[in-house]
Write a protein that binds this ligand. Structure first.
Ligand SMILES: [Zn+2]
Ligand SMILES: [Zn+2]
Length: 286
């Protein structure tokens, strides 16, 4: 992959995951995100070798990457319930195996909900679960990383602050390839300011002293339906929400994130919405 600007969007995988590469190219994206299984089902089929092969070939041919995979919503690596936690460890291991089979560079994980525990217990559980999920798998030399995503900061959800994301990443670095995914909507509704010029720089200072710029491999680019600090996670089309275009213009042109991929997870209400949001992001690049 060359070091050029990478902009894309979350895409469906109807007819096979590798179809998403062609869809990405069609809508002007040079990176994309997918689910590697149904995000609301525990059972997941194995990756078909011909799909994995086609994914690699098409990505190489069209220079599309990174391939970002988002973990299933059911996975909660810090669950209080032992049953859910064990299911989560097994499911997350499957996520890692499929990501490696597809040649993905980035597997995004929400750190989960520690309801019924203390935050510290939640953090310890999350770190132990991820360590167990990757134990014995070989990822060395693949460029693969697990990216911990910051969350909207709802009650009991781990990762509502950059601090918590940084702590989890730091605990896992010795045993797993770790990075960070920051979501603009989550950042905004968690209370950080990306909208005003001064607030943006203050937020950048917080990133520098916690997760660090270097670790941010992916920015999820989503405008927000809800107000800053509301802790309500509702994504909106780029430029049409409470954030507006400026935060995206700043991030896309911020040299501190020259290495990051920018991937929208905006609503798809009409078939044109994917291309519309990808274009909206490209239009901000200077
Ligand atoms: Zn996100
Ligand atoms: Zn979200």
């Amino acid at each position: 992959m060359s070091a050029k600007k990478r902009i894309g969007i979350h895409l469906g995988t109807t007819g096979g995951a590798s179809n998403a590469v062609e869809r990405a190219v069609e809508i002007g994206a040079n990176t994309f995100q997918i689910f590697s299984s149904s995000p609301r089902m525990w059972r997941a089929p194995k990756v078909k070798p011909e799909q994995a092969e086609r994914m690699r070939e098409l990505r190489k041919k069209h220079d599309v990457g990174p391939l970002v995979i988002h973990t299933s919503y059911l996975v909660n690596v810090c669950a209080q319930s032992d049953e859910i936690r064990e299911k989560s460890v097994a499911a997350f291991r499957g996520e890692i195996e499929r990501a490696l089979a597809y040649g993905s560079e980035a597997l995004v994980l929400h750190p989960g909900s520690w309801k019924g525990l203390t935050r510290e217990e939640g953090l310890t559980r999350a770190a132990d679960s991820i360590e167990r999920a990757i134990d014995g798998l070989s990822w060395q030399g693949t460029g693969f990383e697990i990216l911990i995503e910051n969350t909207a900061g709802a009650e009991f959800s781990l990762g509502g602050s950059f601090d918590q994301v940084a702590e989890l990443v730091a605990r896992l670095r010795p045993v797993a390839p770790m990075g960070v995914c920051l979501d603009t909507c989550h950042t905004h509704v968690a209370g950080y300011d990306l909208v005003t010029p001064d607030g943006y720089e203050e937020t950048m200072k917080q990133i520098a002293t916690t997760v660090t710029f270097e670790a941010v491999k992916v920015w999820h680019c989503n405008d927000a339906k809800a107000a800053r600090g509301s802790k309500l996670d509702r994504h909106e089309h780029i430029g049409e929400g409470t954030m507006g275009l400026e935060p995206f213009r700043r991030l896309l042109n911020d040299k501190r994130f020259a290495h990051s991929a920018f991937v929208a997870e905006t609503p798809v209400d009409s078939p044109d919405d994917e291309i519309k949001n990808v274009r909206a992001l490209w239009a901000l690049v200077k």
